[in-house]
Design a protein around this ligand. Structure first.
Ligand code: CU
Length: 163
């Protein structure tokens, strides 16, 4: 199964220059509006157009989570890495375990493995290990912050991944 996905990904990469892959693999949905910041790629809601520095407030309002960089940017079908910044108020959240879980909620699947963990530096910066997104469409990155008091908090980003 995994091998098939890898082969498909390789074929996809080869076809990219012809714009064939993305069009064939795209879910049935309204075409992307080129200038909109909210994109429809077949998910349960619209997704945000990726740019470095996208920031979300955690569910409790306690933390601020920023995607400093994505490599590549925007995220692609294939291997992706991201660098995060987590702050509490103005202060960087240092030495904390941060987990990123990429997931397609409308397909009820994530990646394999499901979770990618990094530890925040003194500056609150976290390098998340590379994860493999194996299909295009609507993906959510759920970022889980382990609080010092053991309480977890989450922030969710949603992107459209092209083929
Ligand atoms: Cu899927």
């Amino acid at each position: 199964m995994k091998l098939q996905m890898m082969k498909a990904a390789t074929a996809c990469a080869a076809a990219l220059s012809l714009w064939a892959c993305g069009e064939e693999a795209a879910p049935e949905s309204a075409p992307l509006e080129e200038n909109a910041d909210n994109l429809d790629c077949g998910g349960p809601s619209t997704a945000e157009r990726y740019h470095d520095g996208i920031t979300k407030t955690s569910e409790s309002g306690r933390f601020s989570v920023t995607i400093l960089t994505s490599d590549p940017a925007p995220p692609i079908k294939g291997d992706n890495t991201i660098e995060l910044l987590v702050t509490e108020g103005e202060a960087p959240v240092a030495g904390r375990e941060i987990t990123v879980s990429p997931f397609m909620p409308h397909h009820n699947h994530g990646t394999a493995p499901a979770d990618y963990v990094g530890v925040s530096s003194e500056d609150g910066v976290i390098n998340i290990p590379s994860f493999f997104i194996f299909m295009p469409g609507y993906w959510e990155y759920t970022v889980t912050i382990q609080g010092e008091d053991g309480v977890e908090d989450q922030a969710v980003f949603a992107f459209c991944v092209e083929g």
